[in-house]
Design a protein around this ligand. Structure first.
Ligand code: PGA
Length: 259
């Protein structure tokens, strides 16, 4: 589908990596080599404890800082958790919601994901909503049904108007951290199905405008091919976002794609 309606988004997911001093080192490294790609929005989702450090380290760069998770309640007795308001006050504009590692290790469900998407929208934070099938679901041919199920719950109660605060990240679980990237064509086919689902759930305009990212072992070598696909509007990048040179190459791949 025509990409001119959407901006490319390259989002790094640092997971539980880098201390505050390492954040500063990375910022210094990348500032001198980051390309001037106006067509691409660049985000780094860092651990919550490092958001303040990242905000000041990246202040004079075009890199926005995002969070990797937040609670769905506004405030209260939720030891160890972080609220949307806390993130907003620090200047956070993006939050990853429902990453498969949160689902796998921290009991996140489609229902808590839905509440978090709701909270992010209400707090004017863009939700990077992660969905994806595991190896068994894929082997059984259940990928599309699973993704539709995840989306239908995660987006329950979210209006077409509110979808401008939502980015969808298709992250096949079998591809995350494994080096087994989906082929360009396979990732395109699924991202196309996701867009079709959004069109059927909402309308053609919403489907045309929603950004769909691919995530799962995207790296400096394979980014250009994936980003050239008509329904892949960017990437959610784990390990390759930890190295400034690799991350810059992925950002540059969006420029090639737009050329
Ligand atoms: P990966 O992680 O790029 O290291 O596979 C992607 C993600 O989990 O968001």
């Amino acid at each position: 589908m025509n990409k001119k309606y959407r901006k490319a988004i390259i989002a790094g997911n640092w997971k539980m990596n880098k201390t505050a001093s390492e954040v500063r080192t990375f910022a210094e490294e990348i500032k001198s080599i980051i390309p001037k790609v106006k067509t691409c929005e660049t985000v780094l989702c860092v651990p919550s404890v490092n958001i303040s450090a990242a905000m000041s380290a990246f202040r004079s760069s075009r890199i926005a800082i995002g969070a990797q998770n937040m609670h769905y309640e506004a405030a209260g007795a939720f030891t160890g958790e972080v609220s949307a308001e806390m993130l907003s006050e620090l200047g956070v504009k993006y939050v990853i919601i429902g990453h498969s590692e949160r689902r796998q290790f921290f009991g996140e469900t489609d229902f808590t994901v839905n509440k978090k998407v709701r909270r992010a929208i209400d707090s004017s934070i863009v939700a990077i909503l992660c969905i994806g099938e595991d190896e068994a679901q894929r082997a059984m041919g259940g990928t599309i049904a699973h993704l539709q199920y995840q989306l239908s719950i995660a987006l329950s109660g979210i209006t077409a108007q509110e979808m401008r605060h939502v980015i969808i990240a298709y992250e096949p679980i079998w591809a995350i951290g494994t080096g087994n990237t989906a082929t360009d064509e396979a990732a395109q086919e699924i991202c196309g199905e996701i867009r079709t689902f959004i069109r059927k759930t909402y309308d053609a305009r919403t489907a045309r405008k929603v950004s769909i990212l691919y995530g799962g072992s995207m790296n400096a070598e394979n980014a250009a091919g994936l980003l050239a696909m008509p329904d892949i509007d960017g990437g959610l990048i784990g390990s390759a976002s930890l190295k400034s040179g690799d991350f810059v190459q992925i950002i540059s791949a969006t420029a090639q794609e737009q050329a």
